[in-house]
Design a binder for this molecule. Structure first.
Ligand SMILES: [Zn+2]
Length: 398
Protein backbone atom coordinates (compact mmCIF):
# COMPACT_ATOMS: atom_id res chain seq x y z
CA UNK A 1 0.00 0.00 0.00
CA UNK A 2 1.45 3.36 -0.93
CA UNK A 3 1.76 5.91 1.82
CA UNK A 4 1.69 9.67 1.75
CA UNK A 5 3.39 12.19 3.98
CA UNK A 6 0.97 13.47 6.62
CA UNK A 7 1.82 17.11 5.89
CA UNK A 8 2.87 17.61 2.25
CA UNK A 9 1.16 14.46 0.85
CA UNK A 10 4.30 13.45 -1.07
CA UNK A 11 4.67 9.72 -1.80
CA UNK A 12 8.43 10.04 -1.32
CA UNK A 13 8.45 8.75 2.26
CA UNK A 14 11.08 6.33 3.52
CA UNK A 15 11.53 4.15 6.60
CA UNK A 16 14.60 5.26 8.57
CA UNK A 17 13.99 3.10 11.64
CA UNK A 18 12.16 -0.23 11.65
CA UNK A 19 11.33 -1.47 15.15
CA UNK A 20 9.36 -4.47 13.91
CA UNK A 21 6.13 -5.66 15.50
CA UNK A 22 5.65 -3.92 18.84
CA UNK A 23 2.88 -3.96 21.45
CA UNK A 24 1.31 -0.66 22.49
CA UNK A 25 3.59 1.20 24.90
CA UNK A 26 0.75 1.59 27.41
CA UNK A 27 -0.77 -1.86 26.79
CA UNK A 28 -0.18 -3.34 30.27
CA UNK A 29 -1.84 -6.72 30.80
CA UNK A 30 -3.93 -7.31 33.92
CA UNK A 31 -3.44 -11.07 34.15
CA UNK A 32 -2.13 -14.20 32.36
CA UNK A 33 -5.42 -14.83 30.53
CA UNK A 34 -4.76 -11.73 28.40
CA UNK A 35 -1.36 -12.91 27.09
CA UNK A 36 -2.63 -14.95 24.13
CA UNK A 37 -4.90 -12.22 22.77
CA UNK A 38 -2.30 -9.44 22.92
CA UNK A 39 -1.96 -7.62 19.59
CA UNK A 40 1.28 -6.22 18.18
CA UNK A 41 1.50 -3.54 15.52
CA UNK A 42 4.07 -2.63 12.92
CA UNK A 43 6.30 0.17 14.18
CA UNK A 44 8.18 1.82 11.35
CA UNK A 45 9.37 5.42 11.55
CA UNK A 46 9.30 7.33 8.28
CA UNK A 47 10.96 10.47 7.01
CA UNK A 48 9.47 12.49 4.16
CA UNK A 49 12.15 13.22 1.58
CA UNK A 50 10.20 16.29 0.46
CA UNK A 51 9.42 18.14 3.71
CA UNK A 52 11.48 16.08 6.27
CA UNK A 53 8.53 15.28 8.53
CA UNK A 54 9.17 12.43 10.97
CA UNK A 55 6.08 10.28 11.23
CA UNK A 56 4.50 6.91 11.95
CA UNK A 57 2.21 6.03 9.06
CA UNK A 58 0.85 2.65 10.19
CA UNK A 59 -1.52 4.34 12.60
CA UNK A 60 -3.38 2.33 15.23
CA UNK A 61 -7.12 3.04 15.51
CA UNK A 62 -7.47 5.98 17.96
CA UNK A 63 -10.44 4.23 19.53
CA UNK A 64 -8.02 1.50 20.68
CA UNK A 65 -5.37 3.99 21.83
CA UNK A 66 -7.45 6.53 23.68
CA UNK A 67 -10.83 5.06 24.71
CA UNK A 68 -9.62 3.90 28.09
CA UNK A 69 -6.67 6.22 28.36
CA UNK A 70 -4.79 5.50 31.56
CA UNK A 71 -2.87 8.75 31.59
CA UNK A 72 -4.48 11.39 33.75
CA UNK A 73 -2.16 14.43 33.52
CA UNK A 74 -2.99 15.92 36.91
CA UNK A 75 -1.47 12.90 38.68
CA UNK A 76 1.99 13.93 37.42
CA UNK A 77 3.33 16.75 39.56
CA UNK A 78 5.91 18.26 37.16
CA UNK A 79 3.12 18.46 34.55
CA UNK A 80 0.82 20.29 36.95
CA UNK A 81 3.55 22.89 37.45
CA UNK A 82 4.16 23.11 33.69
CA UNK A 83 0.50 23.88 32.99
CA UNK A 84 0.17 26.39 35.82
CA UNK A 85 3.11 28.27 34.34
CA UNK A 86 1.67 27.88 30.84
CA UNK A 87 -1.68 29.35 31.97
CA UNK A 88 0.08 32.38 33.44
CA UNK A 89 2.21 32.72 30.30
CA UNK A 90 -0.90 32.75 28.09
CA UNK A 91 -2.58 35.41 30.24
CA UNK A 92 0.56 37.59 30.39
CA UNK A 93 1.23 37.40 26.66
CA UNK A 94 -2.21 37.35 25.05
CA UNK A 95 -4.70 38.46 27.71
CA UNK A 96 -7.51 36.34 26.24
CA UNK A 97 -11.16 36.63 27.27
CA UNK A 98 -11.83 33.15 25.97
CA UNK A 99 -9.77 30.03 25.24
CA UNK A 100 -10.57 26.65 23.79
CA UNK A 101 -8.27 23.68 24.35
CA UNK A 102 -8.51 20.50 22.29
CA UNK A 103 -7.20 17.29 23.87
CA UNK A 104 -7.63 19.02 27.23
CA UNK A 105 -7.17 15.80 29.26
CA UNK A 106 -8.45 16.21 32.83
CA UNK A 107 -8.36 20.02 32.68
CA UNK A 108 -4.78 20.43 33.85
CA UNK A 109 -4.45 23.70 31.86
CA UNK A 110 -8.09 24.79 31.98
CA UNK A 111 -8.27 24.73 35.81
CA UNK A 112 -5.55 27.36 36.37
CA UNK A 113 -6.85 29.44 33.41
CA UNK A 114 -10.33 29.49 34.91
CA UNK A 115 -8.85 30.74 38.19
CA UNK A 116 -7.15 33.52 36.21
CA UNK A 117 -10.55 34.62 34.93
CA UNK A 118 -10.44 33.24 31.37
CA UNK A 119 -13.65 31.92 29.86
CA UNK A 120 -12.60 28.32 29.09
CA UNK A 121 -13.86 25.52 26.84
CA UNK A 122 -12.35 22.06 26.38
CA UNK A 123 -12.81 18.97 24.26
CA UNK A 124 -11.18 15.54 24.66
CA UNK A 125 -11.54 12.16 22.96
CA UNK A 126 -11.36 9.99 26.11
CA UNK A 127 -14.74 9.67 27.87
CA UNK A 128 -13.22 8.55 31.19
CA UNK A 129 -10.83 11.53 31.26
CA UNK A 130 -13.59 14.01 30.32
CA UNK A 131 -15.59 12.80 33.29
CA UNK A 132 -12.71 13.77 35.60
CA UNK A 133 -12.64 17.28 34.06
CA UNK A 134 -16.41 17.68 34.33
CA UNK A 135 -16.27 16.68 37.98
CA UNK A 136 -14.01 19.72 38.50
CA UNK A 137 -16.82 21.91 37.08
CA UNK A 138 -14.89 22.62 33.90
CA UNK A 139 -16.69 23.33 30.65
CA UNK A 140 -15.42 20.22 28.82
CA UNK A 141 -17.11 17.93 26.30
CA UNK A 142 -16.23 14.51 24.93
CA UNK A 143 -15.48 14.26 21.20
CA UNK A 144 -13.05 15.01 18.39
CA UNK A 145 -12.04 18.56 17.51
CA UNK A 146 -13.14 18.86 13.85
CA UNK A 147 -15.21 21.08 11.56
CA UNK A 148 -18.55 19.74 12.79
CA UNK A 149 -17.65 20.44 16.37
CA UNK A 150 -16.32 23.89 15.40
CA UNK A 151 -19.53 24.88 13.61
CA UNK A 152 -21.77 23.85 16.47
CA UNK A 153 -19.49 25.55 19.00
CA UNK A 154 -19.48 28.71 16.88
CA UNK A 155 -23.26 28.90 16.73
CA UNK A 156 -23.58 28.67 20.51
CA UNK A 157 -20.48 30.42 21.92
CA UNK A 158 -18.94 32.37 19.00
CA UNK A 159 -15.22 32.65 18.24
CA UNK A 160 -12.41 32.45 20.82
CA UNK A 161 -9.24 34.49 21.43
CA UNK A 162 -6.88 31.54 21.93
CA UNK A 163 -7.00 27.94 20.72
CA UNK A 164 -4.45 25.67 22.33
CA UNK A 165 -3.44 22.03 22.11
CA UNK A 166 -0.71 20.39 24.18
CA UNK A 167 0.60 17.05 22.93
CA UNK A 168 -2.77 16.12 21.43
CA UNK A 169 -1.83 17.74 18.13
CA UNK A 170 1.11 15.47 17.38
CA UNK A 171 -0.92 12.41 18.40
CA UNK A 172 -3.48 13.06 15.70
CA UNK A 173 -3.45 11.19 12.42
CA UNK A 174 -5.18 14.01 10.62
CA UNK A 175 -3.79 17.41 11.68
CA UNK A 176 -5.76 19.08 8.87
CA UNK A 177 -9.04 18.36 10.62
CA UNK A 178 -7.81 20.17 13.72
CA UNK A 179 -6.50 23.14 11.75
CA UNK A 180 -9.73 23.51 9.74
CA UNK A 181 -11.68 23.54 12.99
CA UNK A 182 -9.25 26.10 14.46
CA UNK A 183 -9.66 28.32 11.40
CA UNK A 184 -13.42 28.42 11.97
CA UNK A 185 -13.19 29.27 15.65
CA UNK A 186 -10.19 31.56 16.06
CA UNK A 187 -10.80 35.32 16.26
CA UNK A 188 -9.16 37.43 13.55
CA UNK A 189 -6.44 38.66 15.93
CA UNK A 190 -6.49 35.47 17.99
CA UNK A 191 -3.56 33.11 18.65
CA UNK A 192 -3.16 29.40 18.01
CA UNK A 193 -0.73 27.79 20.48
CA UNK A 194 0.57 24.24 20.09
CA UNK A 195 2.90 22.22 22.31
CA UNK A 196 4.46 18.97 21.14
CA UNK A 197 7.51 16.78 21.62
CA UNK A 198 10.27 18.38 19.60
CA UNK A 199 12.20 16.63 16.84
CA UNK A 200 15.30 18.59 17.92
CA UNK A 201 15.33 16.88 21.33
CA UNK A 202 14.52 13.51 19.79
CA UNK A 203 17.62 13.92 17.67
CA UNK A 204 19.97 15.55 20.18
CA UNK A 205 19.27 13.08 22.99
CA UNK A 206 18.69 9.99 20.80
CA UNK A 207 15.25 9.54 22.35
CA UNK A 208 14.22 6.71 20.02
CA UNK A 209 12.34 5.18 22.99
CA UNK A 210 9.65 7.88 22.64
CA UNK A 211 8.92 6.72 19.08
CA UNK A 212 5.84 4.68 19.89
CA UNK A 213 2.45 4.21 18.28
CA UNK A 214 0.74 7.03 20.21
CA UNK A 215 3.30 9.57 19.04
CA UNK A 216 2.42 9.80 15.36
CA UNK A 217 4.41 12.87 14.40
CA UNK A 218 7.58 14.59 15.58
CA UNK A 219 7.61 18.16 14.31
CA UNK A 220 10.51 20.55 13.98
CA UNK A 221 9.90 24.29 13.82
CA UNK A 222 10.35 24.08 10.03
CA UNK A 223 7.87 21.24 9.49
CA UNK A 224 5.18 22.63 11.82
CA UNK A 225 5.54 26.07 10.18
CA UNK A 226 5.02 24.54 6.75
CA UNK A 227 1.93 22.65 7.87
CA UNK A 228 0.38 25.68 9.58
CA UNK A 229 1.07 27.94 6.60
CA UNK A 230 -0.86 25.55 4.34
CA UNK A 231 -3.86 26.22 6.57
CA UNK A 232 -3.43 29.98 6.83
CA UNK A 233 -1.63 30.15 10.19
CA UNK A 234 1.71 31.93 10.50
CA UNK A 235 4.15 31.01 13.27
CA UNK A 236 5.73 34.05 14.94
CA UNK A 237 7.05 32.59 18.21
CA UNK A 238 8.69 29.35 19.32
CA UNK A 239 10.03 28.25 22.70
CA UNK A 240 11.87 25.12 23.79
CA UNK A 241 10.43 23.44 26.91
CA UNK A 242 11.57 20.70 29.29
CA UNK A 243 8.22 18.87 29.20
CA UNK A 244 8.31 15.19 28.11
CA UNK A 245 12.09 15.18 27.66
CA UNK A 246 12.00 18.23 25.37
CA UNK A 247 9.09 19.95 23.69
CA UNK A 248 8.37 22.98 21.52
CA UNK A 249 5.66 25.61 22.03
CA UNK A 250 4.73 27.54 18.90
CA UNK A 251 2.34 30.47 18.57
CA UNK A 252 0.69 31.40 15.27
CA UNK A 253 -1.64 34.09 13.94
CA UNK A 254 -4.21 34.17 11.15
CA UNK A 255 -1.94 36.53 9.18
CA UNK A 256 1.79 37.03 8.65
CA UNK A 257 2.01 40.67 9.73
CA UNK A 258 2.87 39.89 13.33
CA UNK A 259 6.62 40.40 14.10
CA UNK A 260 8.65 37.24 14.70
CA UNK A 261 10.37 36.89 18.08
CA UNK A 262 14.11 36.50 18.74
CA UNK A 263 13.46 33.04 20.13
CA UNK A 264 11.80 32.03 16.86
CA UNK A 265 14.86 33.14 14.87
CA UNK A 266 17.22 31.37 17.28
CA UNK A 267 15.44 28.04 16.82
CA UNK A 268 15.36 28.44 13.04
CA UNK A 269 19.15 28.90 13.15
CA UNK A 270 19.64 25.98 15.52
CA UNK A 271 17.79 23.69 13.12
CA UNK A 272 19.94 24.90 10.23
CA UNK A 273 23.17 24.39 12.19
CA UNK A 274 22.45 20.76 13.05
CA UNK A 275 20.80 20.04 9.63
CA UNK A 276 17.70 18.88 11.49
CA UNK A 277 15.51 19.15 8.42
CA UNK A 278 17.75 17.13 6.14
CA UNK A 279 16.50 13.54 5.55
CA UNK A 280 20.10 12.22 5.61
CA UNK A 281 20.43 13.38 9.22
CA UNK A 282 17.57 11.06 10.17
CA UNK A 283 18.80 8.13 8.12
CA UNK A 284 22.09 8.17 10.02
CA UNK A 285 20.12 8.60 13.27
CA UNK A 286 18.23 5.38 12.39
CA UNK A 287 21.48 3.45 11.87
CA UNK A 288 22.86 4.79 15.15
CA UNK A 289 19.73 3.70 17.06
CA UNK A 290 19.92 0.19 15.61
CA UNK A 291 23.53 -0.14 16.77
CA UNK A 292 22.52 1.12 20.22
CA UNK A 293 19.69 -1.42 20.53
CA UNK A 294 22.02 -4.25 19.45
CA UNK A 295 24.71 -3.31 21.96
CA UNK A 296 22.29 -3.10 24.90
CA UNK A 297 20.66 -6.36 23.86
CA UNK A 298 23.93 -8.28 23.52
CA UNK A 299 25.48 -7.02 26.75
CA UNK A 300 22.38 -7.71 28.87
CA UNK A 301 21.79 -11.14 27.29
CA UNK A 302 25.30 -12.24 28.13
CA UNK A 303 25.02 -10.88 31.70
CA UNK A 304 21.71 -12.71 32.18
CA UNK A 305 23.43 -16.11 31.91
CA UNK A 306 24.95 -15.80 35.39
CA UNK A 307 23.04 -12.96 37.02
CA UNK A 308 19.55 -11.91 38.01
CA UNK A 309 18.49 -8.79 36.09
CA UNK A 310 15.51 -6.53 36.76
CA UNK A 311 14.37 -3.33 35.12
CA UNK A 312 13.33 -0.11 36.86
CA UNK A 313 10.44 1.93 35.42
CA UNK A 314 7.54 0.43 33.45
CA UNK A 315 6.27 3.48 31.52
CA UNK A 316 6.27 3.84 27.71
CA UNK A 317 10.06 3.88 27.30
CA UNK A 318 10.30 0.55 29.15
CA UNK A 319 8.00 -1.18 26.67
CA UNK A 320 10.27 0.02 23.89
CA UNK A 321 13.52 -1.19 25.49
CA UNK A 322 12.33 -4.59 26.69
CA UNK A 323 10.75 -5.41 23.33
CA UNK A 324 13.33 -3.95 20.94
CA UNK A 325 16.17 -5.63 22.90
CA UNK A 326 14.09 -8.78 23.55
CA UNK A 327 14.80 -8.72 27.28
CA UNK A 328 12.68 -11.82 27.97
CA UNK A 329 14.99 -12.88 30.79
CA UNK A 330 14.10 -9.96 33.10
CA UNK A 331 12.72 -11.33 36.35
CA UNK A 332 10.64 -8.25 37.18
CA UNK A 333 10.14 -4.57 36.42
CA UNK A 334 9.88 -2.16 39.38
CA UNK A 335 7.31 0.64 39.24
CA UNK A 336 5.67 2.62 42.04
CA UNK A 337 2.55 3.59 40.05
CA UNK A 338 -0.63 1.68 40.96
CA UNK A 339 -1.63 2.06 37.28
CA UNK A 340 1.21 -0.30 36.34
CA UNK A 341 2.36 -2.36 39.36
CA UNK A 342 0.79 -5.82 39.72
CA UNK A 343 0.29 -5.93 35.94
CA UNK A 344 2.47 -7.40 33.19
CA UNK A 345 4.71 -5.67 30.66
CA UNK A 346 3.39 -5.49 27.10
CA UNK A 347 5.18 -7.97 24.83
CA UNK A 348 7.57 -9.69 27.25
CA UNK A 349 4.88 -10.25 29.94
CA UNK A 350 7.41 -9.53 32.69
CA UNK A 351 5.66 -9.02 36.05
CA UNK A 352 5.60 -5.39 37.26
CA UNK A 353 6.15 -5.07 41.01
CA UNK A 354 6.12 -2.33 43.64
CA UNK A 355 9.52 -1.16 44.98
CA UNK A 356 9.13 -3.22 48.19
CA UNK A 357 9.68 -6.46 46.19
CA UNK A 358 12.88 -4.95 44.82
CA UNK A 359 14.16 -4.35 48.34
CA UNK A 360 13.25 -7.89 49.32
CA UNK A 361 14.80 -9.77 46.38
CA UNK A 362 17.84 -7.57 45.55
CA UNK A 363 18.70 -8.50 41.96
CA UNK A 364 22.36 -8.46 40.80
CA UNK A 365 21.72 -5.93 38.01
CA UNK A 366 19.04 -3.28 37.57
CA UNK A 367 18.48 -1.79 34.14
CA UNK A 368 16.95 1.69 34.42
CA UNK A 369 14.55 2.09 31.49
CA UNK A 370 13.49 5.47 32.90
CA UNK A 371 17.09 6.54 32.28
CA UNK A 372 16.19 10.25 32.36
CA UNK A 373 15.25 9.79 36.05
CA UNK A 374 18.29 7.63 36.92
CA UNK A 375 19.67 10.07 39.52
CA UNK A 376 16.33 10.23 41.37
CA UNK A 377 15.86 6.47 41.29
CA UNK A 378 19.35 5.79 42.59
CA UNK A 379 18.84 8.30 45.39
CA UNK A 380 15.48 6.78 46.40
CA UNK A 381 16.98 3.28 46.45
CA UNK A 382 20.32 4.15 48.04
CA UNK A 383 20.33 0.87 50.05
CA UNK A 384 20.87 -1.08 46.81
CA UNK A 385 24.32 -2.69 46.52
CA UNK A 386 23.90 -4.31 43.09
CA UNK A 387 24.87 -2.75 39.76
CA UNK A 388 22.74 -0.11 38.07
CA UNK A 389 22.69 0.28 34.32
CA UNK A 390 21.34 2.96 31.98
CA UNK A 391 21.06 2.63 28.17
CA UNK A 392 21.26 6.32 27.16
CA UNK A 393 23.04 8.53 26.27
CA UNK A 394 25.53 5.63 26.46
CA UNK A 395 25.23 2.14 27.96
CA UNK A 396 26.66 2.55 31.45
CA UNK A 397 27.12 0.44 34.59
CA UNK A 398 27.59 2.07 37.95
ZN1 LIG B 1 6.21 15.69 3.49
Amino acid sequence: MSKNCRVCKSKDVEVFLDLGMMPLAGGFLDDETKFSSEIKYDLKIYICNECSLIQILDAVDPQILFTDYSFSSSTVLPLVKHFEDFAQWIVNNYKPNSLLEFGCNDGILLSPLKKLGVNIYGIDASPNIVEIAQNKNLNVVNGFFNENFAKSHLSVHGKVDVISGSNAFAHNENPEKILKAAKILLNEEGTLILEFMYAGDLYEQVQWDTLYHEHLTFYSLATISELLKKHGFYVFDALRLKMHGGSLRVSAKNHDKFPKTDSYHEIVNYEKNITLNNPDTWKSFGRFVNRKINIVSEVLHSLSKNNSIWAYGAAGKATMWVNACELNFLEAVVDASPLRANKFMPGTHTPIVFPDRFKLLKPDYTFITAWNYADNIKKNEDWYKGTWSTPLPNLMFF
